[in-house]
Design a protein. Sequence first.
Length: 231
Amino acid sequence: MRAIERTDQGDVSRIDGPEPGLGTGSEPESSAAPKQRRSDQTRTRILDAAEQIFGERGYYGASVIDVTKKAGVGLGTFYLYFPSKIEIYRHLLSSRQEEFITESRRAYDGATDQRAIVQVAFRAFFDWIGSRPAVLRLLREAEFVDPTLLPDLYRTRAEDLRDRLGRAMELGAIKETDPDVLAWCVMGMTEFVALRWLVWSGDKEIDPERFSSFAQVVSRALGIEIEPAAK
């Protein structure tokens, strides 16, 4: 039997032993798996709705109710997953950044030619931003929503890029310089090109000639020669 301890006011304060249905092994796997999938789907639906609502209205112009209506869930369901509006905002930006880093790594995985790496890595970034322009808007708004959030988000990306650039320098693939400074410079160029020709313009992709010009600029910064795209 499970022991239940109550406070002086009669509220349940502790339940010892497994509770059926909470993923403790008491449920058959065939029953627990669909529940987990539904939970993951609900969480994803809430995050996608938050991305759209925050992207359209900004953090301060949006409300939790706006997000729940868009996601098609109740307030109670929202708070099962996220304790507050600021927490879903933080989680949204952090999780989207993790998605981008994963997609970027997957794009150039196995590539050994530095020219190809430049092409596929930055193409992956622009394609990803083109499909999620709200993320870049939210990233720039984050400084005014939670000043502690933005430095961490940028540092995570910069450290990942710095480490990759450092390894490339060790292999002699790109010219040697301070990898930390180079990482921040490349990030700045990439972000403003995405803002100019994706977010602000409303386009889903960058014109091939502009992308080729960008790739050449970055390649020169890295000490790599790259052929312009064929016209």
